[in-house]
Design a protein around this ligand. Structure first.
Ligand code: AMP
Ligand code: GLY
Length: 428
């Protein structure tokens, strides 16, 4: 079968790398892709907001499966259009993607289905927002309702910060995403991510991971899309995973189906492991980036077969996916300036030398010049990924690969995996 993969980041490079290994995959197309993805796929130019053009492409190339990587086309209903045209799609419908696209929607669903999450209020004006803050007190969390490219959340430690965040949201800075906001209780604990595939009825656990959101070592500095990750996340013990599945993921999937908007695709649960048990921070309607890279490094099953089964509502007949018991760890190499304005054009050399001993370098934001020179073309540029028997072993391999890459205008954190390495060390 021919497969079309939509997206251009490190997540999509990891998906392309795994899809291309499948015996089911004849031609893999990627739109727009990137120079790394070009090693596995034929790159095509397609405007994903032009649904008719995507359908026409799928018809012309007899596409058997469309895999939608990022959230924006999902929230925009591309999966609905493609399904309407008869294509198998991995990714939720517009209505189901509200689990990521509207924080208020998700909070209300959690309230109806009794899913553990932070207490909240939805507000639609600055005055209502400020009044809600007075009821919660600091610390408190303020979130723009819609997609805000990861920038719509403020964890405010003081009332002054909280009030500033509310004013900013209703100042129009986030456009439509900021016409509404959620004010919520501050949760304390450690964060972890849990992934599940579902076709609307069957649910298959699909691994765990921990991300590193702050730009600097020791979890300092501004928030980013993620500076590194590892999988599995041992902090999410089998017992906790069972609890997350039973109390958070399964009731969500059931409620979405009962309410006439069955969720199909990957459900990515961002969790806070609190003293009272795991609580949902947020859902994403797609794989995490860079969490997907470490999941794909561990996945031993045929990805195309699983995603197709999910798209065709046949997950119940699908074998449980097999993941290596190894840890996979990825280090994000970013361009100077990130998460502000990243410097474009920095030269990158040494990837072939870095890819030894099983390490893999996924491209996240690169461009290839006509001279064959690879350069930085985004904030997060490379995801240097390796596997090992422990987090420490995977980390050592990943940084050995990082050190083989020459990217003078780039930087990375040197401590990806630190929490777990400290725990491994204290266990002896
Ligand atoms: P997001 O950009 O939506 O992934 O959220 C950003 C980050 O804000 C999360 O990863 C958490 O670290 C933090 N956060 C969100 N909600 C809460 C909450 N209720 N309590 C504490 N931290 C939160
Ligand atoms: N790494 C966080 C995310 O993909 O949302």
């Amino acid at each position: 079968m021919n497969i079309l993969l939509l997206g251009s980041g490190g997540r999509e490079h990891a998906l392309a790398w795994k899809l291309a290994q499948s015996p089911l995959c004849e031609t893999l197309y990627a739109a727009p892709g990137n120079p790394g993805i070009a090693e596995q796929a034929e790159l095509v130019t397609l405007d994903v907001t032009d649904h008719a053009a995507v359908v026409a492409f799928c018809e012309a190339k007899r596409i058997g499966l469309v895999v939608i990587g990022p959230e924006a086309p999902l929230v925009d209903g591309l999966a609905d259009t493609l399904r309407g045209a008869g294509f198998a799609v991995f990714g939720p419908s517009r209505q189901a993607a509200q689990l990521e696209g509207s924080k208020g929607f998700t909070k209300d669903l959690c309230a109806r289905a009794n899913i553990p999450t932070a207490g909240y209020e939805r507000v639609t004006s600055e005055a209502a927002g400020l009044a809600a803050l007075a009821r919660f007190g600091a610390p408190v969390v303020i979130k723009a309702d819609g997609l805000a490219a990861g920038k719509g959340v403020t964890v405010a430690m003081t009332m002054a910060e909280a009030e500033e965040a509310v004013r900013e949201i209703f100042s129009g800075r986030f456009g439509e995403a900021g016409a509404e906001a959620v004010v919520e209780e501050f949760l304390e604990g450690e964060e972890a991510s849990f992934f599940a595939l579902t076709d609307g009825s069957t649910i298959i656990p699909f691994g765990s991971a921990q991300d590193h959101k702050r730009v600097g070592d020791g979890d300092t500095g501004p928030n980013t899309g993620g500076m590194g990750a590892y999988s599995p996340a041992p902090v999410l013990t089998p017992m906790l995973e069972g609890e997350v599945l039973a109390k958070i993921v399964a009731p969500t999937v059931r409620a979405m189906a009962d309410e006439g908007m069955p969720y199909s695709g990957v459900l990515y649960a961002g969790l806070m492991l609190t003293a009272e048990g795991p609580k949902l921070i947020e859902y994403n309607a797609r794989f995490g980036d860079p969490e997907c890279q470490v999941l794909m490094m561990r996945l031993e099953s045929d990805l195309a077969e699983i995603l197709l089964a999910c798209a065709e509502n046949k997950l119940s007949a699908c074998q449980q996916p097999v993941f290596s018991s190894d840890t996979a760890l990825t280090v994000v190499m970013a361009a100077e300036g990130y998460p502000g304005t990243p410097r474009k054009g920095g030269r990158i050399d040494g990837i072939p030398a870095a890819e030894h001993d099983g390490a893999k370098v996924f491209h996240a934001g690169t461009a290839l010049g006509i001279d064959g020179v690879l350069t930085a073309d985004g904030g997060r540029v490379l995801n240097v990924t390796a596997r090992g028997a422990s987090v420490r072993a995977a980390q050592a391999k990943a940084y050995a690969a990082v050190d083989a890459i020459r990217f003078p205008e780039g930087f990375c954190r040197r401590d990806i995996g630190w929490r777990e390495i400290e725990r491994e060390a204290s266990k002896g």
